[in-house]
Design a protein. Structure first.
Length: 204
């Protein structure tokens, strides 16, 4: 039989969360609680669904440090499968962070995205927004039948090490002005101001 829970704890000199109406239903397989106070004493759950393993639970937090948060925790796999009755162009799974970031982290594993097409779109305005950044501690590798880069303002490829451009068929390079500069310009400038470029690119 469910009974009300009365919890009044003190954590590090501060009064913890407390209520007199918490109710829990369950057995050795799992439980559901209304008004459960977490172990840290700082947060109350409106609803806590907990399995046999205490690490396996869903919590709808009411107040404290995680007001309005939904916590889903488990020691093993989380699977979401939807959309058998939908068609390919339709949106099936929708995640919308109205304000704030979305973090997807694989602490000890790979992060995979697979689909008939993958689209990355940044819609922010101004120089500090609307950007897509790709950072790799080792190698960023692209393999495709075609790679197309269309930059409206400009693009730059830079490395302090070895650079190679290879075409086994035909290579076309076009520009209204083409300038080639070597480190020899550091000693004696060329007619087109190569020394300035040597100094500029050796600073970056």
């Amino acid at each position: 039989m469910a009974t009300p829970q009365n919890s009044s704890n003190t954590k590090m000199g501060k009064t913890a969360e407390q209520n007199y109406s918490a109710i829990r239903y369950g057995n050795e397989h799992g439980s559901i609680s209304f008004g459960h106070i977490h172990k840290d004493g700082a947060t109350t759950s409106s609803i806590l669904l907990q399995g046999f393993d205490g690490r396996h639970h869903i919590s709808l937090d009411k107040n404290g440090e995680r007001v309005g948060s939904t916590q889903i925790t488990g020691p093993s796999r989380l699977s979401i499968k939807h959309g058998e009755d939908m068609k390919e162009p339709e949106d099936c799974i929708f995640i919308n962070a109205v304000n704030g970031n979305i973090d997807i982290i694989a602490s000890n594993g790979k992060l995979r995205l697979q689909g008939t097409d993958i689209e990355l779109v940044a819609v922010g305005e101004g120089g500090s927004k609307g950007n897509i950044r790709l950072t790799a501690s080792e190698t960023a590798e692209i393999k495709a039948n075609k790679v197309v880069v269309d930059a409206k303002v400009g693009y730059r490829l830079a490395t302090p090490g070895l650079a190679e451009i290879i075409s086994n068929s035909q290579m076309t390079i076009y520009s209204s002005l083409i300038r080639g500069v070597t480190d020899a310009c550091a000693k004696k400038d060329s007619k087109v101001g190569g020394k300035r470029l040597v100094e500029q690119y050796n600073r970056t």
